[in-house]
Design a protein around this ligand. Structure first.
Ligand code: 5U1
Length: 684
């Protein structure tokens, strides 16, 4: 082999190791090491080298995740050991009964048995087989004995190692687990599908299973799927020296899960081992309370006898192991009746059909309203008033109507008519071509839009007016006292006192709070205007880029697109906003009412932090993190959510946690709140 060839070979193996390591840190340890751009650069370089040396391409190379051609169908795969189902438990008594059955067979006390408890993920069950550490087969559960071979699709998941990491690699390993889609990824996938008029999934489980059964792996590769391991089904370590496993030999399920992490798999961070049925039931209760905050669907807890020797001793009965049970949580889907549909108008005029339901308890919470998204969704569901519908509630996501039971449709069911005029102000409802959302064209003439715009205007990240809640805003608009945000500043304490539940003190406090809110920052003021797609960060970028309101107002499309993070759509919204006569009137009225911001902010200051990346963590005494972030952005810095090698400086407030540790490990500069304030004062 020539010297350049030898060099290429070395670079290939170095790049593969670096990419595997970056993947492992990102997906398994949740501690990213490379930025996305660095990862892509290295992957590109590796592709280039492998193109030059096709003889060196191997199936475990990180370039080979999305390589396979579309399939015609999936081959049958017989599972070497059946993929069993589990018996269910629904109460503390059921858990005790299970533990006692186990104790009787093992001839011991239930309290002394160690159980491993972990969430029962609601996704698609999968088996992965590794020979000599290389992924050779991946299959669905199917009927438990035979599944579908979907290796090419599973290879596209970056949480599926193509090659086991670390040491003591077994000759054979079969790992089982669940492929899931997190709520955020699921919502984004469905939002995109609604916009494009393509298939909408009823829940993340269907989305995960459907994504895995794509004939073209390139489609699977675009889906936000994660594989979480939960069982070592087969392992053959005969290839290793007797002593190779040393003290780390695995005698329990929890040890196996730890070992799987070292080999590059994700396994549950919620796994706990506890002894006896009381603590197992406590675990189930606690996980049930946490269920809405996990960000992915779980339908219960899997409780396993932790000792592998005891598992073997207990064996199986019919289709389920005697050593495990699934404690089931209440379902996240329930059936109820659609009593009516009302149409709600949002801040930007977007009209959302809201299903009014016969109240139903879904996963422990009473649900009487659910979203129907838009007209296309109503058509897709084919739903009518009076129908029996399935409602899904998960995490923080707004409850949704996911299905209709046509067979139960009553004779008097009524079609849902999408209004052509705004139900609040009577203006035309418009739907722009290519947009899924219909909008009321009334703008601030529409009381509904006015109420929402005012709620936004006084909200914490905007003008932050204390004591002006939603109900009060609604009253002020309904009484026609407030037609535009500027009217707020003309309210008097004596006028406010005439409202129900507004005493002398609260009225005076509100007037004072409004007065205080007049002195703000340019970034907050821009955000408060409620321009479409202009969130807090964009507002801060616009403020620091243009420096004055007038320069922003005068900016053309190209000048707007030159701002950090502003693309053509946002630029169009901003440009259009400042060309609407009623918006210009509102601005003038606000300035006349006395809204001001510090002079230093309206003259475009220097941007001494341009090119730097800062991270804020912990709590600060004198300002919120949002405020700190806006001030850094005004100085030209980028403010990131996590610490990496690229971080210039970490501001660590009270109770700073893992970000501080990481910054220290990476040698990133760390400063406290006092130093941060000193530096801001010097730069500003
Ligand atoms: N977390 C988890 N889910 N789950 C499902 N563990 C687990 N174990 C299973 C199944 C069917 O089966 C083994 C107990 C055999």
């Amino acid at each position: 082999m020539s010297q350049p060839e030898q060099k290429n070979l070395e670079e290939i193996s170095r790049l593969r190791a670096e990419l595997d390591d970056a993947n492992y840190r990102y997906y398994i340890l949740d501690e990213p090491k490379l930025t996305d751009a660095d990862y892509d650069r290295k992957l590109q370089r590796l592709k280039q080298l492998e193109f030059k040396h096709p003889e060196l391409v191997s199936p475990d190379s990180p370039t080979q995740r999305v390589g396979a051609a579309p399939a015609e169908g999936f081959p049958e795969v017989a599972h070497a050991i059946p993929m069993l189902s589990l018996d269910n438990a629904f109460s503390r008594n059921d858990i005790t009964a299970f533990a006692e059955r186990v104790a009787e067979r093992l001839e011991c006390q239930a309290e002394d048995i160690e159980f491993s408890c972990e969430p029962k993920l609601d996704g698609a069950a999968i088996s992965l087989v590794y020979e000599q550490g290389i992924l050779v087969s991946g299959a669905t559960r199917g009927d438990g004995r035979t599944g579908e071979g979907i290796t090419s699709n599973l290879r596209t998941l970056r949480s599926v190692p193509l090659k086991l990491m670390g040491s003591n690699i077994p000759a054979l390993l079969e790992v089982r687990g669940e492929v899931i889609m997190r709520h955020a990824g699921f919502e984004a996938l469905n939002d995109r599908a609604r916009e494009e008029g393509s298939k909408v999934f009823a829940n993340p489980r269907n989305a995960a299973a459907g994504s895995l059964r794509q004939l073209d792996p390139r489609i699977t590769a675009t889906r936000p799927l994660e594989f979480h391991a939960y069982q070592v089904a087969r392992i053959d370590m005969a290839n290793l020296d007797d002593g190779a496993m040393g003290n780390s030999a695995m005698t329990t399920h929890s040890q196996q899960m730890e070992r799987l992490k070292k080999w590059g798999f994700l396994s549950s961070a919620e796994l706990r081992t506890v002894s006896g049925p009381v603590l197992v039931a406590d675990y189930c209760e606690q996980l049930g309370e946490k269920r809405d905050q996990l960000g992915y669907d779980i339908d219960g807890v899997v409780i396993k006898v932790n000792d592998l020797r005891h598992q073997r001793e207990l064996g199986f009965v019919a289709r389920a192991p005697r050593w495990a049970v699934a404690f089931k949580f209440p379902a996240q889907e329930e059936v109820t009746t659609l009593n009516d549909v009302e149409f709600q108008i949002g801040r930007t005029g977007a009209i959302t059909p809201v299903a009014r339901l016969a109240p139903v308890t879904v996963a422990g919470v009473t649900v009487s309203n659910a979203t129907l998204h838009n007209a296309d969704e109503i058509n897709r569901l084919g739903v009518m008033i009076g129908d029996t519908v399935a409602i899904r509630r998960a995490g923080d996501v707004i409850p949704q109507v996911v299905r209709v039971d046509i067979d139960k449709r009553p004779a008097q069911a009524r079609a849902i008519t999408f209004p052509v005029h705004c139900p609040v102000c009577g203006s035309d409802i418009e739907r722009l071509e290519g947009e899924a959302v219909a909008r009321c064209s009334g703008g601030l003439y529409c009381a509904a839009q006015r109420k929402e715009a005012l709620k936004h205007f006084v909200s914490r990240k905007a003008l932050d007016v204390d004591g002006l809640g939603e109900k009060l805003i609604e009253q002020l608009v309904d009484l026609d006292w407030v037609k535009s945000p500027a009217d707020l500043f003309h309210l008097t304490a004596s006028q406010l006192q005439t409202l129900p539940r507004m005493g002398e003190k609260s009225s005076t406090n509100l007037v004072n709070a409004l007065d205080k809110a007049k002195h703000t920052t340019l970034a907050r003021f821009i955000y408060a205007l409620g321009i479409r797609e202009v969130g807090e960060a964009t507002a801060a970028n616009l403020a620091s880029h243009f420096g004055t309101l007038q320069t922003l107002q005068d900016a053309d499309q190209a000048a707007l697109e030159a701002v950090n993070d502003v693309g053509p759509i946002v630029a169009t919204h901003v440009h259009t906003f400042f060309r609407q006569p009623h918006n210009l009137e509102t601005l003038e009225a606000l300035l006349d009412a006395g809204i001001t911001w510090q002079e230093s902010e309206i003259t475009q200051g220097p941007t001494p932090l341009a090119g730097q990346t800062w991270v804020l963590t912990g709590t600060m005494d004198t300002m919120t993190r949002d405020e700190g972030k806006a001030r850094l952005q005004a100085l030209g810095a980028k403010v990131a959510g996590s610490v990496s090698k690229k971080t210039t400086c970490l501001v660590a407030g009270e109770a700073a946690g893992s970000k501080l540790t990481k910054a220290e490990q990476l040698g990133v500069e760390v400063i406290d709140e006092a130093t941060f304030i000193e530096r801001l004062a010097a730069w500003e």
